[in-house]
Design a protein around this ligand. Structure first.
Ligand code: NG1
Ligand code: ZN
Length: 559
């Protein structure tokens, strides 16, 4: 590192002191904390992003958001060259950077790391970082901190992409690195044109809808998703999207609104009421990477029927499975593609959804919580569909399948009537363009759900009837040290502290269809408890009893 670089880093880092007595860790969603604690961390993540860009020779993204968490929180995470999460191999460096106590320590760390990774800091190599943020009031100052971090590395430039959904930024990073146009307009155009392609291929006998089915009402969680959905909606022909709880409506972000609230509380979000009973409603989270649907129950009970990420996954799996069967039906060997379709869930998936998917003959895989694990597993298939019950998920297509589909659809001669197999190939190709290949994306997910429902000629009620969720309950417990809980088998079994799993088993055994697991959260300082049973009351009692067990083994008063 030359003198110019050293003094640039020392000068700029002296403006950002790390918070005293707080240890930050790059969890499943990057760094997250109260926004007042974050300027130094975000500045340092800016440095990390510039180094990552130098190392990979690619564009890197930095997104400033705390997703579904409260408005006073914020967070920061990196988008890697393929648009995915930061390589796990760099996470320890992110932790060390964030917690370095002084500018001198920071410099030392960077020096060691660049030497180990063989990163050239010669002032000649170029780095580029795209910055984005959600609508949180703390976002603009934190974006500035990120900018300072990036530009404290010689040769690194910043592009401020402004207020975006998290998936938009990931999409842009991926597109830039593929040499594709990557503006917001390009994103909207790709989504709307692939949707149109799918709409044009809807079987004619199914394309008749009453007014109710044509419209979807979306809760934007008082965040960025609502604004973007309005922009996208203007480019759509057939689909009518009514947006409520958009950031400019003045409500508080994620407060009694949004996908997390709707999924966890199973209550009607603000801005919705009994007049919406029976309508097709959807909810996004604060940065629009989660999507759930819901039906407001009649009368003013305030309750909803939740159509969660598991049901979105099931709908996508059904549609894709149908297209694959058309694709290979009556085809000679030459035209067949031995497509491996896999689905990926976590322990939070409702047991009824897993049974349903298995009954369809699908390969169901489980990973620990955290998008990076699901994404990695799904990428092993030709078509990998992953969803968390909370509504984060997408459908990944292998490069070789896309190439094959492109070749297959090029053969379709204009003017002649496409065969069922050709239509299926066109549909799958359109899905691969519509659905975000980088991360779960509520906007593209919503368009895909909408067009599949039209394709099937299904109401939300018909969709919801695919299977019946087992009643479930989620709770959280504050403990002395959440990392004292160590789990195995995709987080379904506690291996430490000893004895806790046996106690959970004994409790769970008392309930018909009982299932329960506990795990440390990656984004909050709590242990989460999930319980399922044959009735809502039983699921609640089981969750409560296990919460007490966690408290006995690890509670704030235990050593
Ligand atoms: P943690 O706090 O680790 O449970 C939560 C969600 C994850 C994922 C991350 C990232 C639940 C139970 N957990 O993680 O699924 O979405 O946030 O946002 O919903
Ligand atoms: Zn989110």
């Amino acid at each position: 590192m030359n003198e110019e670089q050293k003094s640039l880093l020392l000068n700029s880092s002296s403006c950002f002191s790390p918070p005293q007595g707080v240890k930050l860790s790059y969890g499943t969603a990057g760094f997250r904390a109260d926004a007042s604690l974050l300027p130094s961390t975000v500045y340092r993540v800016g440095i990390l992003a510039a180094l990552r860009s130098l190392k990979t020779g690619s564009v890197i993204g930095v997104m400033i958001t705390a997703s579904h968490n409260k408005v006073s929180d914020n967070g920061v995470k990196i988008a890697d060259p393929n648009g995915g999460m930061l390589s796990q191999h760099w996470e320890p460096f992110a932790d060390a950077l964030a917690n370095a106590p002084s500018p001198q320590h920071l410099l030392l760390l960077i020096n060691e790391f660049v030497a180990k990774e063989g990163i050239l800091m010669d002032g000649v190599s170029q780095a580029e970082v795209l910055l984005g943020r959600d609508t949180r009031p703390s976002g603009s100052a934190l974006l500035e901190a990120a900018r300072q971090g990036v530009t404290s590395i010689v040769g690194a430039v910043v592009k401020d992409m402004g207020i975006l959904t998290t998936p938009q930024l990931h999409w842009m990073v991926r597109a830039r690195n593929k040499g594709i146009k990557a503006s917001e307009q390009d994103y909207f155009e790709q989504l709307s044109s692939s949707l149109r392609c799918l709409e044009d291929l809807i079987p004619t006998e199914k394309s008749k809808f009453d007014e109710l089915i044509d419209k979807v009402v979306v809760d934007g969680s008082n965040g960025v998703g609502g604004v973007k959905l309005k922009g996208l909606g203007r480019l759509l022909n057939a689909l009518v999207i009514e947006v409520r709880n958009s950031s400019e409506d003045g409500g508080v972000l994620n407060d009694g609104v949004g996908a997390d609230y709707v999924q966890k509380e199973k209550l009607v979000p603000h801005g919705f009421g009994s007049e919406d009973a029976g309508m097709r409603c959807a909810s996004l989270d604060g940065d629009a990477d989660r999507l759930v649907y819901f039906i407001v129950q009649p009368e003013s009970s305030g309750r909803i029927d939740l159509v969660d990420g598991d049901k979105i996954l099931s709908l996508f799996a059904l549609f894709i499975r149908e297209q694959l069967s058309f694709l290979n039906e009556n085809e000679g060997l030459k035209n067949c593609y031995p497509c491996r379709l896999g689905v990926v869930q976590t322990a939070y998936a409702n047991g009824a959804s897993t049974n349903y998917l298995k009954q369809l003959g699908l390969e169901v895989n489980f990973t620990p919580t955290g998008v990076k694990y699901l994404h990695e597993k799904a990428a092993e298939f030709d078509i990998g569909i992953y969803f968390e019950a909370n509504g984060h998920g997408t459908v990944l297509f292998s490069e070789s399948l896309i190439e094959w589909l492109e070749a297959r659809t090029k053969e379709i001669s204009s003017g002649s009537k496409a065969s069922e197999a050709e239509k299926a190939a066109l549909r799958l190709l359109a899905v691969s363009k519509l659905i975000n290949q980088a991360v779960g994306d509520a906007l593209s997910g919503l368009l895909l759900v909408e067009v599949i429902l039209q394709h099937m000629g299904w109401s939300i009620h018909r969709w919801n009837e695919l299977y019946h969720d087992l009643p479930s309950r989620q709770l959280k417990v504050k403990v002395a040290d959440r990392n004292a809980v160590i789990t195995a088998n995709a987080e379904t079994v506690v291996v430490s502290p000893p004895g806790l799993q046996e106690a959970i088993n004994a409790e769970t055994g008392k309930y018909p269809q009982g299932r329960c697991f506990v795990r440390p959260s990656g984004t909050e300082d709590v242990v989460r408890v999930y319980a399922e049973a044959s009735t809502q009351e039983a699921a609640g009692t089981l969750a409560n009893s296990v919460t007490k067990l966690v408290d006995q083994f690890l509670g704030l008063n235990s050593s």
